[in-house]
Ligand binder design. Structure first.
Ligand SMILES: Cc1ncc(COP(=O)(O)O)c(C=O)c1O
Length: 384
């Protein structure tokens, strides 16, 4: 394999990814001296720049130092971790929660620890990469059902001859389409076919269900609710919200928990402060969704086709990789950051611009963004 040739091929296919630093976070950021309206951040509640979170991070770093210095099972089990876990369990309305280094590590660790070679995982085709990697690491047989297609899932569950543990796994809000999984049907099928149910609520916690996610909003219980602190919570880290025995199981079996250092205290303290903010602002999620709905409506009235899923993630499907890159670059020239999303993040032929709406976007910023999107789409031939 030649790295150079591979990279050239990626470039010619419009699939090369490049790092491009910005010098701040928030709704308005700057890159290379240019101010940009940021529509590519997952800081959905605008908490990453909240003074309470920043202060909590600074104070905890002063108290505990900057690193946890060891795995939780060695000397790295800081009191603030336990406090954060209790707050997360309360928000998610589950008996317990367990922190991981990130949402990615939580997903990989959980799937790898729950099932093995003689078991079967049933997974939505559009699940997040971390769930796919967790499935692969588990070595379980995998059955991927068509996106949100419960008939297909049931056909797979019904297949004769399955001996081991069954596990169904799905995102709740899908990260690149912003649509919502049929959670009630997933719960029913999991119960009927005696399968474990793992729901990744990375894009729903903090926003729906008073911060607990869509399972909480809809009164459903998953065996494991997977969350991240890196999006709506404005901080970093991941967690599994679950029963007490399940937490104990994970502490003893999840390799990405056991063999990895605990979260730094400053990060845990920022998350805890984010959790308090979310508890004290139970309407923030619905305000965000309202904001996203109005913004979508404005774009649709101008000719864009954006499905109405009722979430903060608004995809503008372009299809071709080069065309998507061109549109994204033109938007950036006009002062709007909306990153091109291309395969393998999304299926081939479905490259898109993914707009994520944050509570910190002001009405003026949303109006300005809509105006830039329409004007630029017309000049790039995305809109006629
Ligand atoms: C659905 C989903 N699950 C998990 C993750 C991983 O979370 P983290 O960024 O905390 O690793 C992401 C992040 O993009 C995600 O979109």
């Amino acid at each position: 394999m030649s790295l150079e040739n591979d990279l050239l091929k990626l470039e010619s296919d419009g699939l090369l990814r490049k790092l491009r630093p910005v010098n701040s976070t928030g709704p308005l950021i700057s890159r290379g001296g240019n101010l940009l309206l940021n529509f590519s951040s997952n800081d959905y509640l605008g908490l990453a720049n909240h003074p309470d979170l920043m202060k909590a991070a600074a104070l905890a770093s002063q108290k505990y130092g900057t690193g946890a210095t060891a795995s939780r099972l060695m000397s790295g089990d800081l009191e603030i971790h336990e406090e954060l876990e209790a707050a997360l369990a309360q928000i998610c309305a589950t008996p317990e929660a367990l922190l991981f280094g990130s949402g990615f590590l939580a997903n990989v660790g959980v799937l790898r620890s729950l099932v093995g070679r003689s078991d079967v995982i049933y997974a939505d085709k559009l699940n997040h990469a971390s769930l796919i990697d967790g499935m692969r690491l588990s070595e379980a047989k995998t059955e991927r059902y068509r996106h949100c297609d419960m008939n297909h899932l049931e056909d797979l569950l019904k297949k004769p001859g399955i001996q081991g543990q069954k596990l169904i796994v799905s995102d709740s809000v899908f990260s690149m389409d912003g649509d919502i999984a049929p959670l009630r049907e997933l719960r029913m099928l999991a119960s009927h076919y005696n399968a474990l149910l793992v729901i990744d609520e990375a894009h729903a916690v903090g926003i729906f269900g008073q911060g607990g996610g869509l399972c909480r909003e809809w009164g459903l219980t998953a065996d494991l609710l997977q969350g991240t602190l890196s999006k709506a919570f404005g901080s970093y880290g991941g967690f599994s919200a679950c029963s007490k025995p399940m937490k104990q199981w994970l502490v003893n079996h999840a390799r990405s928990f056991i063999y990895s250092t605990g979260l730094p205290a400053g990060v845990a303290a920022a998350s805890l402060s984010g959790a308090h903010w979310i508890k004290q602002n139970p309407d923030a999620g619905s305000l965000l969704i309202k904001k996203a709905k109005n913004f979508r409506l404005k774009l649709v009235q101008s000719g864009f086709e954006i499905p109405d899923h009722g979430t903060q993630i608004l995809p503008i499907l372009i299809g071709d990789n080069h065309k998507t890159l061109e549109f994204s670059a033109a938007l950036e020239n006009q002062g709007l950051l909306a990153t091109a999303i291309r395969p393998p993040t999304v299926p081939i032929g479905t490259s898109r611009i993914r707009l994520s709406i944050c509570l910190s976007h002001s009405s003026e910023q949303l109006d300005q963004a809509a105006e830039i999107l329409v004007r630029t789409a017309k000049s790039c031939g995305v809109l006629s």
